[in-house]
Structure formats: structure tokens, C-alpha cells
Design a protein around this ligand. Structure first.
Ligand code: NAD
Length: 480
């Protein structure tokens, strides 16, 4: 059955192409309309062109609309995917530079248990506000639509909207695939592994790990023992699933941290660049170091340029199929490893991207039952966490909705008390600050930060942040 899917922030090209290819490879969703929405017309046009080519390639019955108007994309949608990052990476860099200027190494956002760099919990007023408005517009214009929230901070936004706006929503992330890195390293066949993760977004733990029906944690222990004297050599700054930091967290918490949880760790691994290198590997010291993040920014720039060039090539070869243009680009050596790999996946009719959006939609619309790991309101899934907090847990989805699995074995007490509780309190402070406009909460957030040595420092960093032209609304909200 066909549906209307709105993608907000669709200019994020690789992500949009993945979704378009997934829907083309899902015959049950034939007849669907995808409304691509972005404020950046150049990006939007490039994505629209590439998306149309993907549809031609597979001969699918999918139609596109493109728009810069938010209401247009939401109106009559059955599903709205929000992947927009307000202010983009440039704003993030500005906020981080201000943070570092005032002694908040690796940025004002690099809080303990909140190391992930595009979080900007303190400085993200625009991002929260945008997502909140999207939810309210859905309530007004398409009250039966599902919101699928992919843009960060997924934990804060899923909790905020689920509490405040009466619409159906989930948060999605692909972080749980980090578990596959472990299975691969241990030489396990995925289909014989019985596993679960649970926690909050970017704060999930491998609570169940069985291989051929038996506890598989001894396999991790053996791997750690065999590798303890070998140098950890990551292939890129994000390749940290089996880093010394991850292993150290496992030893302390008793279960393995999965995906970005390894970045979301503790100051112990982040005091300075040398420590970061020790725990996350040379040469970058992980994604959240000055060189690791630079690597990421360069990669994003490179991919943006390649996509632009590729879109140009498509325009020059209007009558050729996408696969033929891909071959042309390969011969001309115009692709870089990461994008080439992406394109191969996109062109492979038998391979889905791994993003959960389209399988979720297909399960709800066409009853194609599927197991996913989603962010939803807790309501008793992790007993020790309040019911009105979003958790990231394994679920079964079908036409009747979302059915959470029983979390078994339960998360260790240390994870609940010393990892999830502190993270939850930061989320609560961020949401209360956002809803009330009480700047004292932003201040308190920083007063509790180990990098703070005076109240002046707190006031100055917040003042300078609010002086940024992008933060006019934030300033109005907090300095009424
Ligand atoms: P990006 O800046 O490359 O792309 C985001 C897009 O949003 C851009 O095309 C931009 O023009 C658009 N945008 C900005 N303001 C907008 C507005 N007001 N209305 C509509 N569109 C707007 O960013 P990215 O690296 O693709 O990341 C996007 C978001 O997704 C971030 O929040 C990031 O943290 C998140 N992310 C989530 C996951 C996940 O698995 N959940 C994975 C990667 C990234």
C-alpha cells in the first residue's frame, strides 16, 4: 500500500538516498509519495535528481515532491522523518569554539555522559525548538501521522515530544549495529547470536549475548585476554567498539557498551589528547578529539563535493541509467571509498541500507513484522527507569504497533545507577530549561561540570553563546 512520507532535512544526501533506495526495494510500498523538504535548495535539487535516478534504476512506482515549505511536507503525510540539523555543522563549530575559549575542552557540549559531539545540549535551543514545532505541526495538520525522529539529540527530543505533544512517534538510530562489530571480531555467525541491547540513545548496553544457546560473554573475555598486549589500531576515529575505552567500561559496568555509548563515556578517557589517544587509539584519539573531529569534518566536505560532482555527471548523462553513470564515475576516478561503497549498496537490489525507517513503515502499513531497536517511552520496559523517559530497546513492530521485548537479563545495577541515572538527570535539566526558559538551569548544568572553576566562567560562556546571531531566539527565551 502506498503512503506519503515527508523527509525534513532531506538535503542530507547519503541519508536520503539510502531511504529512497530502501523504499524502491520494498515492493509492498509501491505507489508511495516521498516529499523531500530542506531549506537548502541546492542540496534539495541534487538529492531530488539522484533520488529520481534511483527510482528509474529499479523501475519503482514511487513519486517525488520537493519543497522548502515545512507545512507542505507535513500536510497529508502518513510518516514524517525529521533529520534536519538546524544551523548545521558550522553552528556546532562556533558553539564548540566558544566553549573551548572558556575552558570547556572539546566544547561546551562535551559533558560527562554526553560526549557525542553534535549534541550541544546546552546550546541546542534551535534544534529542540525546531523538532518541537515539527511535532506540533503534525498534531495540527496530520494528527494520525507517525513522527520518526533521526536528528539528534534523539534521547531529549523523543522524551520531550512524547511527553508534550499527543502524536505517535519513535526515535531511530543505527548505533546498535556496533554489536555486529563484536560478532565479526569474534568470528560469530550473526544468525546464531541471540542478543539484546537496552538503555538510552547513545547509552545502550549488550545485556543479552548468547551464541548457539550459550552465554557468549566468555568469548569476549577470551578475546580481551588474547589481545591485551596488542596495540589497538582503529581504521577510523569512529572505529572504537573494541577500543581500550570500551573494554575498560565493560570491566567497570559488567556489560559491554554498544555504538556511540563508547564515546559517551567518562572524563577518565577524555582529560586531554594524550589520554584520548591511549583509550581510543592512535592517531586520532577517537571521534571526540580535535583531530578525530577534523577527520570527520573533512570526510563530510569530501562527500558533499563528490555528491555535487556526481549530480553534475548525472545531468550531463541524462539518458544513462544510474548504474552506468556510476561505472563512468569509477573509470574517471571521481569517487572516494566511502561514497563508492554507499553507491554499491544502493545499486544492489538485494541489500537494504540498515536504516530502520522504511522497515518500520512497512511493518506498520503492511504488517511486515520486523524486529528493530527503537527509542520509545519506557512504560515499564526497564523497571528502574521512570515511565515518561525514552528508552532505546528491542521491539517487534507490526500493523498493531510496537511490542517491546522483555529485557532479559536485566541491566546491571551499576549501569542503571551510575550511568543511566546521571545521563537522565542531564536530559531532565535540558528539557526543563527548554520548556521554562529558566537560565538558572543552564547555569546549574555547567556549575556541576568538572571543567568549571568559577561562576563568572559559567555566566560568560552562556552570554557569549547567546550573542551569536543564530541564537537570537535562544537569547529571547532565556534572558526575558
Ligand atoms: P547535515 O547538516 O549534513 O544535514 C542536515 C540537513 O538539514 C541539511 O541539508 C540542512 O540544510 C537541513 N536543515 C537545516 N535546517 C533546516 C530547517 N530549518 N528545515 C529543514 N531542513 C533544515 O547534517 P547530518 O550530518 O546529515 O546530520 C543530521 C542530523 O542527523 C544530526 O542531528 C545528526 O546528529 C543526526 N544523525 C543521526 C543519526 C542516527 O542514526 N540517528 C546518524 C547520523 C546523524
Amino acid at each position: 500500500m502506498g503512503v506519503k512520507i515527508g523527509i525534513i532535512g532531506a538535503g542530507s544526501a547519503v541519508f536520503s538516498m539510502r531511504l529512497v533506495a530502501d523504499i524502491c526495494k520494498t515492493p509492498e510500498l509501491a505507489g508511495s509519495v516521498i516529499s523531500l523538504m530542506d531549506i537548502d535548495e541546492e542540496r534539495l535539487n541534487a538529492v531530488h535528481l539522484l533520488a529520481s535516478k534511483i527510482v528509474d534504476e529499479f523501475g519503482s512506482d514511487i513519486k517525488f515532491e520537493k519543497t522548502t515549505d515545512l507545512e507542505e511536507t507535513i500536510k497529508d503525510s502518513d510518516f514524517v522523518i525529521n533529520t534536519a540539523m538546524v544551523g548545521g555543522h558550522n553552528y556546532l563549530e562556533k558553539a564548540r569554539a566558544i566553549g573551548e575559549k572558556y575552558g570547556y575542552y572539546r566544547g561546551i557540549d562535551a559533558q560527562e555522559f554526553n560526549m557525542v559531539s553534535d549534541y550541544y545540549t546546552i546550546s541546542n535551543f534551535n534544534q529542540l525548538n525546531f523538532a518541537f514545532n515539527v511535532a506540533k505541526l503534525i498534531e495540527k495538520l496530520s494528527p494520525n501521522a507517525w513522527l520518526i525522529q533521526g536528528a539528534n539529540p534523539v534521547f531529549e527530543i523523543t522524551t520531550l515530544i512524547s511527553r508534550e505533544v499527543p502524536i505517535k512517534m519513535i526515535g531511530v538510530c543505527h548505533g546498535h549495529y556496533g554489536a555486529m562489530d563484536i560478532f565479526e571480531k569474534l568470528g560469530l555467525k550473526n544468525e546464531n547470536v541471540n542478543w539484546q541491547v537496552a538503555g538510552f540513545n547513545h547509552a545502550i548496553w549488550l545485556n543479552r549475548f548468547e551464541y548457539n544457546g550459550e552465554d557468549a560473554y566468555p568469548l569476549i573475555d577470551r578475546w580481551i585476554k588474547e589481545n591485551e598486549n596488542k596495540e589497538f589500531k582503529p581504521r577510523d576515529p569512529f572505529n572504537d567498539q573494541l577500543s581500550p575505552a570500551a573494554i575498560d567500561m565493560y570491566k567497570f559496568y559488567g556489560m559491554f557498551p554498544i555504538g556511540d555509548t563508547v564515546r559517551n563515556s567518562s572524563w577518565k578517557y577524555h582529560y586531554n589528547l594524550e589520554e584520548k589517544k591511549k583509550w581510543y587509539g592512535e592517531p586520532w584519539g577517537g571521534a571526540d578529539s580535535e583531530i578525530g573531529w577534523k577527520w570527520y569534518q573533512n570526510m563530510l566536505l569530501e562527500v558533499t563535493k563528490i555528491i555535487k560532482d556526481f549530480a553534475k555527471l548525472v545531468l550531463e548523462n541524462k539518458n544513462k541509467k544510474l548504474s552506468e553513470i556510476f561505472e563512468l564515475a569509477l573509470v574517471g576516478n571521481r569517487l572516494e571509498g566511502h561514497f563508492e561503497e554507499e553507491m554499491r549498496k544502493i545499486l544492489n537490489p538485494a541489500q537494504l541500507s540498515g536504516e530502520q525507517h522504511i522497515p518500520f513503515i512497512n511493518a506498520i502499513v503492511n504488517d511486515k513484522k520486523t524486529k528493530l531497536v527503537l527509542n520509545i517511552m519506557n512504560s515499564g520496559i526497564i523497571n528502574e527507569i521512570p515511565g515518561d523517559v525514552a528508552v532505546e530497546v528491542p521491539v517487534m513492530v507490526d500493523k498493531n504497533g510496537i511490542h517491546p521485548e522483555e529485557i532479559y537479563p536485566k541491566l546491571n545495577k551499576r549501569i542503571i545507577k551510575y550511568y543511566l541515572y546521571p545521563r537522565m538527570i542531564r536530559m531532565e535539566m535540558a528539557l526543563e530549561a527548554f520548556l521554562t526558559g529558566d537560565i538558572k538551569l543552564l547555569e546549574e548544568f555547567l556549575i556541576r561540570d568538572r571543567r568549571t572553576t568559577s561562576y563568572e566562567q559559567v555566566k560568560n560562556v552562556l552570554r557569549e553563546l547567546m550573542e551569536l546571531p543564530e541564537n537570537k531566539n535562544m537569547k529571547k527565551h532565556y534572558l526575558k
